[in-house]
Structure formats: structure tokens, C-alpha cells
Design a protein around this ligand. Structure first.
Ligand SMILES: C[S@@+](CC[C@H](N)C(=O)[O-])C[C@H]1O[C@@H](n2cnc3c(N)ncnc32)[C@H](O)[C@@H]1O
Length: 246
């Protein structure tokens, strides 16, 4: 009993001493698309866990603040669970899910079969930097946990600007590399103890945070675009990036 209390006290002391420091580390690159069937299956499985559900609800809460209407595109939609939640939360929206990975696309299509959304929801395989959408044809672009995979994020922001209608908006949710050390510990624990081995083999989710951006890097990227308004809302391990076309 005394040993356990000492271990817990030591863990709390370490957390208080070091866990609230921000991590500053060079960015690593990530795989552009998740294609390996094992990794896609593992990601599909963990996406149904309550922790991921909580993250999606947080994204939808933020989305509600921006009052989306018309057509929304989810870029890097993965297995399609955010598309489902958006379709349920905004019954008047048309939703297009885009992903570069054929394996993810097929998984998303399977996951949304028989959900009754009909023609309101559509999936297309495509690259975020070169979407098969006409100029000024979309009202809103959303993306969750995909930005850190993009090889050319500036190109994607320019592409988002191209496809948005005047006054159209985008909202990107992603991890931030300058997270608190405690958040890194949590991700290491998840990788080594909690997640399926297929995720451990691709060093996820640690790779994701190491390949994500800092708020100041994003600010610099946004300054290279023509959005009329932009904003960044940082959290302790993630951030929301928002912009509006003139
Ligand atoms: C970590 S998953 C996130 C999936 C989903 N948005 C979510 O929040 O669970 C990242 C997704 O982005 C996709 N992706 C990566 N680079 C992309 C690109 N350039 N264009 C489109 N999709 C991309 C990957 O294939 C993968 O499905």
C-alpha cells in the first residue's frame, strides 16, 4: 500500500514538474495517405472508441459556431465517422468526403451504407491539394486530423480558397507539435499500452503529433494565402484553424 502511494505521489510530482512544459522539437514528415489495410482497419476500429467520439463532438461543437450551410467538404475524411456526425447534426447540409487513400475511401463508403443519408452524402477519392471540385462551388471545408499528413499544406490552403464560394469558410482541426509534455506522455502510453499493434508499427499516434505544426508555423502559412479573415484557437494538445474568404 505504501509503495503504491509513493509511486502515485512520484507520478503526480513528475507530472507537475515536467508535464506542463511545452515541447519544442523539429517537425518530422508523415505518410501522405494511410493505405495499409491493417493500419486502415486499426484506425477504423479505434475511431469508434469513445475518446475519438469526444474529439468529433468537439469538432462539431466548433463547427456549429460557424453556422455552415449548403455544401461542406470533409478533406481527409478517413473512415467517415465525422461525415456521419455532421450529417446527423446538420440535416440540411450536403456533405462530400474526400480522401487520398482508396482503402479509407472504401471503408468510409462501407461505414455509411444503410445510414439513410441518400444523396446528401458522397465520397470521392482525391488529393486535398487538387480536389476535383469547380472554382467557388463549396460553402464550407472542414478537416480533422489530416493536416499533418499533407506534403504541401500551403497548396491545400490555396486549393481550399479556390473551391470556396465568396464568404465561404474553412475549419481545420489538428494536433499541435508544441503540445504539453504531459500530452506526449499520454500519446506514448496510448501507443505502447492501449492501441492495436498495427498502430504501434507505424508509431501512431506519436508520429502524428511529431508531424503536426505549431501555431506560429500555421500563422506563417496563413499569411501566404488570400483569406480575408483567419484565426487559430490553440488547445493544450491540438488547435482549430479557421478562415473566411472575402
Ligand atoms: C488520421 S486520418 C483522419 C481521418 C478523419 N478525418 C478523422 O478525423 O478521424 C488522416 C486521413 O487523411 C488522409 N489524407 C492524408 N493526406 C491526404 C491528402 N493529401 N488528401 C486527402 N486525404 C489525405 C489519410 O488518407 C487519412 O485517411
Amino acid at each position: 500500500m505504501t509503495i503504491w502511494l509513493s509511486i502515485i505521489a512520484l507520478a503526480i510530482a513528475l507530472l507537475l514538474l515536467f508535464g506542463f512544459q511545452r515541447v519544442y522539437t523539429p517537425r518530422q514528415t508523415s505518410l501522405e495517405g494511410i493505405e495499409s489495410p491493417e493500419a486502415v482497419q486499426a484506425y477504423d476500429r479505434i475511431s469508434r472508441w469513445p475518446q475519438f467520439g469526444m474529439l468529433r463532438r468537439m469538432v462539431v461543437r466548433e463547427l456549429k459556431r460557424h453556422r455552415p450551410g449548403g455544401t461542406i467538404v470533409d478533406v481527409g475524411c478517413g473512415p467517415g465517422y465525422l461525415v456521419t456526425l455532421i450529417a446527423q447534426s446538420f440535416p440540411y447540409l450536403k456533405i462530400i468526403g474526400i480522401d487520398i487513400s482508396e482503402e479509407m475511401m472504401q471503408t468510409a463508403k462501407r461505414n455509411l451504407t444503410n445510414q439513410g443519408f441518400g444523396e446528401r452524402v458522397e465520397f470521392r477519392r482525391g488529393d486535398a491539394g487538387n480536389m476535383s471540385l469547380s472554382d467557388a462551388s463549396v460553402d464550407f471545408v472542414i478537416s480533422s486530423l489530416s493536416l499533418h499528413h499533407w506534403s504541401f499544406p500551403k497548396m491545400v490552403l490555396l486549393e481550399i480558397h479556390r473551391v470556396l464560394k465568396p464568404s465561404g469558410q474553412f475549419l481545420i482541426f489538428d494536433l499541435r507539435r508544441d503540445s504539453l509534455r504531459g500530452f506526449y506522455w499520454l500519446l506514448h502510453f496510448a501507443k505502447n499500452v492501449v492501441l492495436p499493434s498495427a498502430m504501434r508499427h507505424i508509431n501512431e499516434p506519436v508520429n502524428s503529433v511529431l508531424s503536426s505544426y505549431t501555431a506560429s508555423e500555421i500563422r506563417e502559412l496563413l499569411s501566404l494565402t488570400q483569406f480575408a479573415k483567419t484565426g487559430i484557437t490553440p488547445g493544450f494538445g491540438w488547435m482549430f484553424i479557421w478562415g473566411q474568404k472575402s
